[in-house]
Design a binder for this molecule. Structure first.
Ligand code: DC
Length: 217
């Protein structure tokens, strides 16, 4: 079985996805983590982020291994190195949408995402899962929340790691990523026609998890 969860940044997707996958005993595939790992590699290697050809080449020469920790969180190895923490660095977040919009990069990731999803019962979250990666997914959800609520949630989450971060910075980042992710020509963020939309603005994580579990069961 494949369950697809899409939606914009800060809507609560990954927390919800992790909990639902754990509850169902499914593999949790966080596709955003894959784009983040590639962004980290490009930054580490000082590759010009406008040099599409080099970025696609880099992507072809990269080995990504994704697995789940005991608590259901994602463990990601980039060419053998555990980068699960570093992919959350603000600099990676700042540039990830620029890498993720490149068609050749997405093509490589699509192959990897499908190869993982097709051999496991999987819960896959991202931006284009229900529309492009698994258009025949058994269940599709689109998780959204009002912009201000998403900013608040993301701010709270980031503040734990970086006490210097400001609400304005988070607001700017979300607006920028929403724009790039939903206006790119290749696999933009969009609700699949057959996805169930859940507005989480006034819902707790537990309520969203329960709603999805009820639907799936
Ligand atoms: O879910 P996230 O914030 O970790 O995702 C990071 C970025 O990766 C996001 O801004 C857009 C991109 N992404 C994508 O383009 N397609 C996906 N399926 C998942 C993420």
């Amino acid at each position: 079985m494949i369950i697809a969860i899409d939606g914009p940044a800060g809507a609560g997707k990954s927390t919800v996805a992790r909990c639902v996958a754990k509850e169902l005993g499914f593999v949790y595939l966080d596709t955003g983590a894959m784009y983040r790992a590639l962004t980290l590699k490009a930054l580490d290697k000082n590759i010009n982020l406008r040099d599409v050809e080099s970025l696609v080449q880099m992507c072809k020469n990269t080995k990504l291994d994704i697995s789940n920790n005991q608590d259901g969180s994602i463990k990601i190895l980039l060419d053998g190195e555990d980068v699960s923490r570093r992919i959350r660095l603000p600099q990676v977040t700042q540039y990830v949408s620029d890498i993720a919009k490149i068609r050749g990069v997405r093509k490589e990731m699509l192959k990897l995402q499908r190869s993982i999803g097709l051999v496991n019962n999987s819960l896959v979250d991202g931006r284009d899962i229900g529309t492009v990666v698994f258009p025949n997914a058994d269940r599709k959800f689109y998780i959204d929340a009002e912009f201000n609520q998403r900013v608040k949630r993301r701010f709270k989450e980031l503040q734990e790691a970086d006490s210097q971060i400001t609400l304005k910075e988070v607001e700017f980042d979300l607006k920028n990523r929403d724009h790039i992710d939903s206006t790119r020509s290749c696999a933009p963020l969009r609700k699949a026609d057959d996805a169930l939309c859940i507005d989480t603005t006034n819902m707790t994580i537990a309520e969203v998890v329960k709603k999805i579990l009820d639907e799936v069961r």
